[in-house]
Design a protein. Structure first.
Length: 217
């Protein structure tokens, strides 16, 4: 079963998950997207489109780490900017990657959407609270960038263990290799999200408001 794992970073490929895991995550993703679409306004669509393109592009980049590689997820930045709409951008970006480049898979589309979407929404709620408490946007962005990848990693390992516990057995298990390879990604995403949030706060702070604030792109 270890050799069946062909996911690159958080992108799980077809054939990795069990049938039960596929059905469960697909149902969960459908519910999450339904929640994200509820009450969406016309003025929100351009912002979602821009962040979809950003996620699609950046998550296709490969960052070599030793004998393996990883890629940016920007889950924290998506959550901070899009809030509850972030799973829409994530789902569309992943769907396009699967169809156009065979990146990820169709049977794991629901799982991959949840792996990035749940941390993104979690990040949004934390950032909104910190913003009200006047926490520095650079500090908040950096910490949430790290936290979002940590949450993605925890969900991924948990999902693999749910599929087959052998993914977490042994010193060189898939779970341990994922942890080692994603520590650098946490640092990269921390700096990247910190810079992005701090810059946006300076030039267009309304982008960091909640979607319900009436902001038009």
């Amino acid at each position: 079963m270890h050799n069946n794992y062909r996911g690159r970073s958080m992108h799980l490929s077809d054939g990795v998950l069990s049938t039960v895991a596929i059905l469960s995550t697909s149902a969960g993703a459908a519910g999450l997207i339904g929640y994200s679409l509820k009450g969406i306004k016309d003025y929100e669509i351009p912002r979602v489109s821009i962040m979809t393109a950003t996620f699609f592009t950046l998550s296709m980049l490969s960052i070599p780490i030793g004998p393996s590689s990883t890629h940016p997820l920007i889950a924290g930045l998506l959550g901070i900017i899009l809030g509850k709409r972030s799973p829409i951008a994530i789902f569309i970006g992943l769907l396009l990657q699967a169809f156009l480049f065979g990146h990820g898979g169709l049977t794991t589309l629901g799982a991959n959407t949840l792996l990035v979407g749940i941390p993104a929404i979690s990040t949004h709620f934390i950032y909104q609270k910190w913003a009200k408490d006047k926490v520095s946007p650079y500090f908040a962005g950096g910490l949430l960038g790290v936290l979002s990848i940590f949450l993605c990693l925890v969900l991924l390992i948990g999902l693999l263990f749910f599929t087959d516990e052998r993914y977490s057995q042994g010193f060189f298990s898939v779970a341990n290799l994922l942890i080692v390879s994603h520590i650098p990604l946490m640092i990269i995403e921390g700096f990247m999200t910190s810079f992005a949030v701090g810059y946006i706060m300076k030039v267009k702070p309304e982008m960091l408001m909640e979607s319900s604030s009436g902001y038009e792109l």
